[in-house]
Ligand binder design. Structure first.
Ligand SMILES: NCC(=O)N[C@@H](Cc1c[nH]cn1)C(=O)O
Ligand SMILES: [Zn+2]
Ligand SMILES: [Zn+2]
Length: 433
């Protein structure tokens, strides 16, 4: 993907194209991190410099997960383009290339200079990118006036949005090791401490059945909800029934829109993702797995500090394990983390995006926060001392990270026009003092 992007950017006339090597992935012997693709389009000192960030990596996908089509082949059916990355985030990345192509073919001058930064580790916590931003802030990224990211989704399926916040994500693993090899449960069941039983007990104590996090010290770090903030949720266009239709079940924990949106945007949540080493195939294998690695993550919000969070998580998991009095061994580790981010949704960049949305879609965009994470957002804002906007093109039912991920053709086309128009409106906008 990095090399493909380089060749496309070259054909489109981008300059100073660099594949930035990020070195070897920590804790591996020789696994190279995928390079970050940097490129420029225009270097006019009289124009604003807009940094465009996107990611070319995607979540894993196998046809047998339940896809109707091959996940790594783009398939057009009706108004939809199906394929892994269609909406997250290959589709939006390619739409930036379409914008260059359109300007070239129409012989239309872009009113801003573009600085592209496309990475290949977003879905794994953007490893290495933070260091690159710090190293390049006064070099490649010098003079950046605003950052635009198209890597999230509308809240629903009909109304465009501008997004001014993301939750952070701290991802943990719990390794429980017992016997030297998997065992026959008939011969050893009831005789040995089972790693999977230990892990199940720990998992069961991370949240209550309603999803409330049971780890002491986390809710104390969450910024209190002010009456003004609470009021913002009264006017948001969101329908719980439509949301249930999107997820294909009536399993939402909340019975009103405000609680559901606050749970998604401004409170932390804990999700259990899977267990490495456990038997999961069809059939009835009677095995005692010798070593299991449980994986869970916590979505973080203001003012949860990642290092303080690690501390309370490690302490709690160790205490729960100790209470089991198991003779197995436990290791709990942070796999990766990324910060939350919340911005002012009325600054000059948002004003330009609002105008672009109005021009293309004919409606005022809703202002949303995102329950998901884009780990590098805060780093761009802080290190480049600039504003960041999230300007999504896909819909809330696109199935990002899920099976049959798609983007609607209409969203792709109108979304591309919106991103392109944003560049024209931001060129005209007065920067905030
Ligand atoms: N489109 C944004 C997105 O999907 N982000 C990921 C980032 C992430 C964090 N940890 C692992 N991946 C997300 O899960 O929110
Ligand atoms: Zn993603
Ligand atoms: Zn993404």
């Amino acid at each position: 993907m990095a090399h493909w992007l380089k060749s496309q950017l070259t054909k489109l006339g981008a300059t100073d194209i660099q594949l930035k090597d990020l070195g070897i992935q920590e804790h591996t012997k020789d696994l190279a991190l995928p390079p970050v693709v940097l490129a420029r389009f225009g270097t006019d000192a009289n124009k604003k410099n807009i940094l465009i960030y996107g990611h070319y990596d995607v979540q894993p996908a196998l046809k047998e997960d339940g896809w109707n089509t091959e996940p790594f082949e783009l398939v057009e059916q009706g108004d939809c383009l199906y394929g892994r990355g269609a909406t997250d985030d290959k589709g939006p990345v390619i739409s930036w290339l379409n914008i260059l192509q359109a300007h070239n073919e129409l012989k239309l001058e872009l009113p801003v200079n573009l600085v592209f930064c496309f990475e290949g580790m977003e879905e794994s916590g953007s490893l290495g990118l933070d260091d690159l931003i710090i190293a390049e802030k006064d070099k490649y990224f010098k003079g950046v006036d605003a950052v635009c990211i198209s890597d999230n989704y509308w809240l629903g399926t009909t109304h465009p949005v501008l997004t001014y916040g993301v939750r952070g994500c701290s991802y943990y693993s719990i390794t429980i090791s017992g016997p030297a090899a998997d065992l026959h449960s008939g011969l050893f069941g009831g005789v040995v401490h089972e790693p999977m039983i230990d892990l199940s007990h720990i998992f069961a104590k991370l949240t209550d059945p309603q999803g409330k996090i049971l780890i002491p010290g986390i809710k104390e770090m969450v910024a209190p909800l002010t009456p003004e903030e609470d009021k913002l949720y009264d006017t948001i266009n969101f329908d719980l029934e439509g949301f249930e239709q999107n997820i294909g079940s009536k399993t939402v924990l909340h019975d009103n829109v405000k609680d559901a949106l606050q749970a998604r945007w401004r409170y932390p949540s804990l999700s259990i993702h899977g267990v490495e080493g456990a038997f999961y195939n069809p059939g009835a294998k009677t095995v005692i797995p010798a070593k299991v690695v449980g994986k869970f993550s916590i979505r973080t919000v203001p003012n949860i500090e990642p290092r303080k969070l690690d501390e309370v998580v490690f302490k709690y998991v160790n205490e729960v394990f100790a209470s089991l009095k198991s003779k197995n061994t436990l290791k709990v580790e942070l796999v990766h983390d990324g910060d939350y981010w919340v911005s002012d949704p009325h600054n000059w960049s948002f004003r330009a995006a609002r105008k672009a949305t109005k021009a293309v879609w004919g409606v005022e965009p809703d202002l949303t926060r995102e329950g998901g994470s884009i780990p590098i957002t805060l780093s761009f804002q802080n290190n480049l001392n600039t504003s960041v906007i999230l300007l999504p093109m896909g819909r809330g039912d696109d199935g990002a990270h899920s099976t049959n991920e798609k983007i609607n053709v209409s969203n792709y086309i109108e979304g591309t026009k919106t991103l392109g128009s944003y560049l024209h409106f931001i060129a005209e906008e007065e920067k905030d003092a």
